[in-house]
Ligand binder design. Structure first.
Ligand code: DGL
Length: 287
């Protein structure tokens, strides 16, 4: 176990969530909807995004660091809102930190159950697709279907910049999606938490006959289940807080992008940068 300064974990303490950047907000949205009384902490490691082209060792270091920070801030549970970091680091995190840790992986299992053509497509980062975890997923659930994978190099960067409608983003989406459609995929897994923010572009090109699967909601249900099992669900907090951290260099860019992205939640977001140990600390005030 790693020696991090922990505060006592009770149902009143927050849930810690992290990702390489804004992608984790697509998971946070579902956690907020399902668990309206929880305080949420979110770390966006934007200075080190994308994780998808980094080594597993590097990602593991970042994941251990961010998790230690969130635990020191009082987290009672951790959510790795990142497929790439889960693949690289979930085992190390569970070895180091004694609290509920929920990770995520591309939804190959539900996609294999849903397909009618017998062909599923997986959009994810290179890191996820090259991982042993993903190989294990294919072995367990991909035997009776054809799984066509596509690493979406450069797409996370477009989303980090908030370019959700830009021609360059559309072109990348189109370039990565078309081979999956050409192969006959009728079910496509969004295997990176950034991709739900360009779901509209993917859906427009794929058409109504293709089902898109995003795991954010299932992860939120898993968080709820794990907290309930541990007696840590907060059912009473009337004024739940959302506290965001982002590293110094990317602070302004994160706030801009997060505003664009949280605007998609349907609620108004008021994000404010505040100097703190990690220079920018932003509170999402209204949900
Ligand atoms: N959002 C992350 C994921 O789910 C990581 C993307 C990246 O930083 O490359 O894989």
């Amino acid at each position: 176990m790693t020696d991090v300064t922990t505060k006592p974990q009770t149902d009143a303490t927050p849930i810690g969530v992290f990702d390489s950047g804004v992608g984790g907000l697509s998971v946070l949205k579902h956690i907020r909807q399902l668990l309206p009384h929880e305080d949420l902490l979110f770390c966006a490691d934007c200075d080190h995004a994308p994780y998808g082209n980094k080594s597993p060792e590097f990602i593991r270091e970042r994941a251990l660091h961010l998790s230690g920070f969130l635990i020191a801030e009082g987290a009672k549970a951790l959510v790795v809102a990142c497929n790439t970091a889960t693949a690289a680091a979930i085992e190390a995190l569970r070895q180091h930190y004694p609290l509920p840790i929920i990770g995520m992986e591309p939804a190959v299992k539900p996609a294999a159950a849903a397909t009618r053509t017998g062909v599923i497509g997986v959009l994810a980062t290179s890191g996820t697709l090259q991982s042993a975890q993903f190989a294990g997923l294919l072995e367990s659930y991909g035997q009776n279907v054809r799984v066509v994978t596509q690493a979406c190099i450069g797409l996370v960067e477009c989303i980090e910049r908030g370019e959700l409608e830009a021609d360059s983003t559309r072109q990348l989406v189109s370039q990565y999606l078309q081979p999956l459609l050409d192969a006959g995929a009728d079910t496509i897994v969004l295997g990176c938490t950034h991709y739900p923010f360009v779901r509209h572009l993917i859906a427009a090109q794929a058409g109504a006959g293709v089902t898109l699967i995003d795991t954010g909601e299932a992860v939120a249900r898993q968080v709820q289940k794990r907290l309930a099992e541990s007696g840590l669900l907060n059912a009473t907090n009337a004024a739940p807080r959302n506290t965001f951290w982002v590293n110094r260099q990317s602070g302004d860019a994160f706030l801009e992008t997060a505003e664009v992205i949280t605007g998609l939640w349907g609620g108004k977001a008021d994000l404010q940068p505040l100097p703190n140990p990690v220079k920018y600390r932003a509170r999402l005030l209204s949900q």
